[in-house]
Design a protein around this ligand. Sequence first.
Ligand SMILES: C[S@@+](CC[C@H](N)C(=O)[O-])C[C@H]1O[C@@H](n2cnc3c(N)ncnc32)[C@H](O)[C@@H]1O
Length: 251
Amino acid sequence: MSDFAKQLNQALQQMYDRVCSCEDGLLSPVAIDRGIRLLENLNYPTNLIENLPPGSGDVAFPCANPLPRIISLAPQTILDLGCGTALDALFCVSSLPGLQQLTGLDASSKLLAKGEELLLHFPAEAEKITLFQADLNHLSRYRLEISELILMNGSFNLLYDKAGFFADLAPLLTKNGTLLIYDFLLSEALPPGFSDEVDNWLWNIGGALNSAELKKIVTDAGLKIIEINEIERIDPVARCEIIISHEKRGN
Ligand SMILES: C[S@@+](CC[C@H](N)C(=O)[O-])C[C@H]1O[C@@H](n2cnc3c(N)ncnc32)[C@H](O)[C@@H]1O
């Protein structure tokens, strides 16, 4: 792992751990929506938001609402990479009666602890959810079951070696499975030197790819981009839904 990748990992883990204890202080200068307001702006279903215990939605950082797409795919197994406080995990189990197992991984022990706390309020849903701390840069180190759907809601652009990550991820997706990424793609080039600063990666921009770069690393891993849907354009980036499958789907 390069020094830059190590620094990035440390900075991310510290930042997301601190988010849990410094609520207003740490993030107040950053003009980024988060928590319940973000969930509402992204059109998460009101009934699911209203059902949350007080405070449990405060550290939500999704890039988009994945629920309509996930419901249409109706997977039985989901791997949520960068699951944060497990809100998507809970919402998926609540919305998909046929879902049997959801595993959520995140690097931040503090976000995961908040997730476990949240799940105490939903014992029936919690039976289907397993959360554990893991570094997505080393996916092959963990014993993970293959899944019909892999979700990355805001975690993909935080990974430094995206090609290496895809190589480890491809075997974790069933033959007909779907990888759903919600993150920013570049609509224009970033200013020179921008991505050399760790700080510029922390909010998902410094590590953003353009669609040609994404296509290359997806194809190199034996995967295929099925669709890219632009949700919102904020040049030089666009918030996107990216749907990926295996190059060769099986029976
Ligand atoms: C933008 S947040 C999204 C969190 C969650 N999906 C949500 O919707 O609230 C990015 C998440 O990725 C996690 N993350 C970043 N780098 C990671 C890594 N190398 N391994 C595991 N998780 C990581 C962070 O801890 C954080 O929870």
